[in-house]
Each structure stands twice: as structure tokens, then as C-alpha cells.
Design a binder for this molecule. Sequence first.
Ligand code: ADP
Length: 161
Amino acid sequence: MKLAIYPGSFDPVTNGHIEIISRASKLFDKLIVLVSVNMFKPASFTIEERKELLEETVAHEGFTNVEVDSFDGLLIDYFNRRKADVIVRGLRAITDFEYEFQMAQTNRRLCYKAETIFLASKTEYTYLSSSMVKQIATFGGDISDFVPEYILDRIVKRLKK
Ligand code: ADP
């Protein structure tokens, strides 16, 4: 059984993340979407809120082999504990590359078994990020093209000034 972990801040989950979850869930027997703490990015949603939005997404989209979990330690410790095979990350553009490359190299240095696989984002989501969604929603803009309708209201209410 091949187990993959898709870690990220998911602050909040966007259509871009969901597209990666959908594709990764077809490539592996099981996928864990792992809400993790990114010390470089201040979060707007609590870990619990981010997990709830992802759980609703997974149920709504009917992803039967996807689990949502959270962890506030080193990804590689979680990876080893779950006996995972692969780390999945999404690549939007060249700007993602440097950071993602560094992370993948570091994780492999910490654990030689930790392979990272990158899925290139769908063209229409290349520009899409959680921080963009937060910025637009905070000032009352329309984010309905960026997040699914079943969690739209919750995100809007939470972010509106
Ligand atoms: P992190 O803080 O770990 O970068 P994010 O939630 O911002 O967490 O992103 C998690 C992963 O999803 C990263 O690999 C990121 O590149 C990828 N990702 C984010 N937005 C998109 C998108 N629109 N299309 C494809 N991949 C994306």
C-alpha cells in the first residue's frame, strides 16, 4: 500500500489545493492531508478551523481514500510515524521552486526514504494562493471563483473585517 502525505498550511484550503488532493488521491492508495504549522507564515485560521474546512471538502468531494490530520512538529517525524512513502507538494510557478526544492532536499537529508513528488498546478490555479484569498475576502471582495461554494460562507464570515 502506497501512503502519501500532502502537508501544508491550508489557511484556508483553496480550489488549487483541492485539485492537487484530487489528483494525488488517484495516484496513491491513501492520502493524508496534513495541516501543519509554517513558522514563516502567520495564520488567520486556527489549526482546528483549517482541519474542519478540509474535512468538509473531503466529504463533499467524495474523496474516499483521503484522511485529514494535523501536526505541529517536524513533518519527517510524522512521516516516519505513519510509515508513509511519499510527500506530495503542488508547484505553481518558478517562485515556488526554490522553497520547495530546499524543503525536499532537507527532508531527504533528515530521512533518506522521504521522497517528495511535485504535481504541477492546473493552469487556471497557477496564480491562486491562500494569502490572495484572505486579502480579497478581508476587504469584502468576491472569492467565489477561488474556494468551493460549500465552505465559501464560512470563510467569508471569518475573514470579513
Ligand atoms: P505551505 O505554507 O506549506 O506552503 P500552503 O497551504 O500554502 O502551505 O500550500 C501547500 C502546498 O500546496 C504547497 O506545496 C503549495 O505549493 C501547494 N499549493 C498552494 N496553492 C496551490 C495552487 N493554487 N495550485 C497548486 N498547488 C498549490
